[in-house]
Design a binder for this molecule. Structure first.
Ligand SMILES: Cc1cc2nc3c(=O)[nH]c(=O)nc-3n(C[C@H](O)[C@H](O)[C@H](O)COP(=O)(O)OP(=O)(O)OC[C@H]3O[C@@H](n4cnc5c(N)ncnc54)[C@H](O)[C@@H]3O)c2cc1C
Length: 502
């Protein structure tokens, strides 16, 4: 059998892609070398846009049940315990129809994703299957796979292959990608602890302890789990540092050994890199295989989920024959500049926290007291790079918000995973028959913008209509029916030819 898509790796990127493609009815095989979900904590934060992608998978309630909204923000504190700056949290709904920040335990999130995949008979998951090589043929790719349970070798065939195989990606090596280095490579000790009932009350908010002698992050994860990320300093003996007798003194301002059990303590080197050349022919990469970000913004996994959300609808269109294969080239051109902005900001935040020169730390503290660099504390809202977008500036290329409509439904519940046109009634009625036919073939959802939430948004723009992509990004704006016709025919990916407009 030739699968529509083979996914290498069943971490958050692979499992999310399997959900999105499974929901679209594609035949998918997932090949994962490990027998179990990676059991130890890694990511602890995802943002509102990512919750919205989980909603698109039909998994929002499941994700809500294993996460908590992060409402208390992030406090930057100096060595003297003086709060220099607060990056505010909020209980209010953000633009995506949910909280802006969510805290979770990565193995639990991956379990929810894998449970989600069991809904789809067209998705076949093969654990303990190591991909060792790939060859491309005229009409399919052949993956060489070793079944690690019995050392048997197999060949798995698929029309497209997505390497979601993590930081040491084989797929990235096969693509022979070059790498753009954004400059940060710093070892940190990641220490997770489970509080006992006798533990003192610890902050609900995240603390960035900007102590030049030992920069550190504290975070309330979920339940009784707490995370400390502790920067390694010159002269640290890494083997010694992870021993309990050396770990506890590092966090003694918060807890003592009798207050918690150590879940794990491990040293990670945080990187800031982006691969170049995410697609060649039938092979693509996504998630950590394509980019790695230091965790100062809690965005590595988020970027992975954004990747597969961008890719899933394009793969669906290409496999179904409603778009030509070059639609897949817009994946990297759209996503790479977007993820770069997040990584660059994470590096800047890292530079602030990681200051170890006492003079520089004093100068930094003084700057923060005076308001600091406020722009770096705003959540980034980059526009996608060149791709399937009209040339208009933002909000084109940014996510459309998810308001609650007058009937009580959230916008995405009405639109589903489709293109959508939101327009004033008089604009909708005057589009051409050809436009209507294009919308029908693409199953475009049309919404009359007389709903208050939608008309308020349109009133804030110089536009009478907006076209959304299945990944909820704004494809383009139109002032009238003629412009909406043009947008439909020029930018909507068509069967014969895909317009890639920069
Ligand atoms: C300490 C720490 C804190 C972090 N905090 C955050 C955070 O708060 N928020 C956030 O968004 N991100 C965070 N991250 C990043 C996040 O954990 C990663 O970005 C995320 O796990 C990447 O998912 P992935 O699916 O791309 O890769 P992985 O999770 O690495 O999954 C790759 C999978 O591919 C499999 N595989 C590899 N090679 C093969 C092969 N040849 N054949 C078959 N299978 C293969 C692996 O076994 C693995 O299961 C953090 C990371 C760390 C280390």
């Amino acid at each position: 059998m030739v699968f529509d898509v083979a996914i290498m790796g069943y971490g958050p990127a692979g499992a999310s892609l399997a959900n999105l493609l499974g929901a679209a009815g594609l035949s998918v095989v997932v090949l994962e070398k490990d027998a179990e979900i990676y059991p130890l904590p890694r990511a602890i934060h995802f943002d509102g846009e990512v919750m919205r992608v989980f909603q698109a998978m039909g998994l929002r309630p499941n994700m809500e049940s294993i996460s908590r909204p992060g409402m208390k923000g992030m406090h930057f504190v100096n060595a003297a315990n003086e709060t220099l700056l607060i990056r505010g949290g909020t209980a209010a709904l953000g633009p995506h129809g949910c909280a802006n920040n969510h805290y979770f335990h990565q193995p639990e999130l991956e379990h929810v994703l894998r449970q989600g995949v069991t809904r789809f008979a067209s998705v076949s998951v093969k654990l303990q299957h190591l991909v060792t090589d790939l060859q491309e043929h005229a009409d399919h790719a052949a993956l060489h796979v070793t079944d690690l349970r019995n050392a048997q070798q197999h060949v798995v065939q698929a029309r497209y292959v997505v390497g979601c195989d993590g930081a040491r990606s084989l797929a990235r090596k096969l693509l022979n990608c070059s790498t753009r280095d954004l400059g940060l490579h710093q070892p940190w000790l990641v220490f997770d602890a489970l509080l006992k009932p006798n533990a003192p009350t610890l902050p609900d908010h995240t603390v960035q302890l900007c102590d030049p002698q030992r920069p550190m992050t504290y975070c309330n994860v979920t339940g009784n789990r707490r995370r400390w990320e502790i920067m390694l300093m010159p002269g640290d003996d890494t083997a010694e540092l992870v021993k309990p007798e050396n770990l506890w003194p590092l966090v003694s301002r918060w807890i003592q050994p009798e207050h918690a059990d150590i879940e794990r303590a491990v040293i990670y080197t945080f990187h800031s890199i982006i691969a170049e050349g995410w697609r060649q022919g039938r092979l693509m990469i996504a998630g950590d295989a394509a980019h790695q970000t230091p965790p100062f913004l809690g965005q590595g996994m988020c970027a992975a989920i954004r990747d597969v959300s961008n890719l899933a609808w394009k793969l669906q269109a290409v496999v179904r024959g409603t778009a030509s294969d070059n639609l897949l080239d817009s994946y990297e051109s759209e996503r790479a500049p977007h993820v770069a902005e997040f990584i660059e900001l994470a590096v800047r935040l890292g530079d602030i926290i990681q200051t170890t020169d006492p003079e520089q730390a004093l100068a930094r503290d003084a700057k923060f007291r005076g308001g600091g660099e406020p722009e770096i504390f705003h959540f980034p809202a980059p526009r996608l790079g060149a791709g399937i977008l009209s040339q208009a500036p933002a909000p084109v290329g940014q996510p459309f918000p998810q308001p609650q409509l007058a009937n009580g439904q959230l916008l995405d519940e009405v639109v589903g995973n489709h293109f959508a046109v939101i327009a004033r009634a008089e604009v909708l009625t005057k589009v051409t028959e050809a436009t209507r036919q294009a919308w029908a073939s693409w199953q475009v959802r049309t919404l009359d913008a007389n709903d208050p939430a939608l008309s308020t948004w349109l009133a804030s723009q110089p536009a009478q209509a907006v076209v959304l992509r299945p990944d909820r990004y704004v494809l383009g704006l139109a002032h009238n029916s003629a412009e909406l016709d043009a947008l439909t025919h020029d930018v909507l990916p068509a069967h014969a030819e895909v317009e890639s407009i920069s």
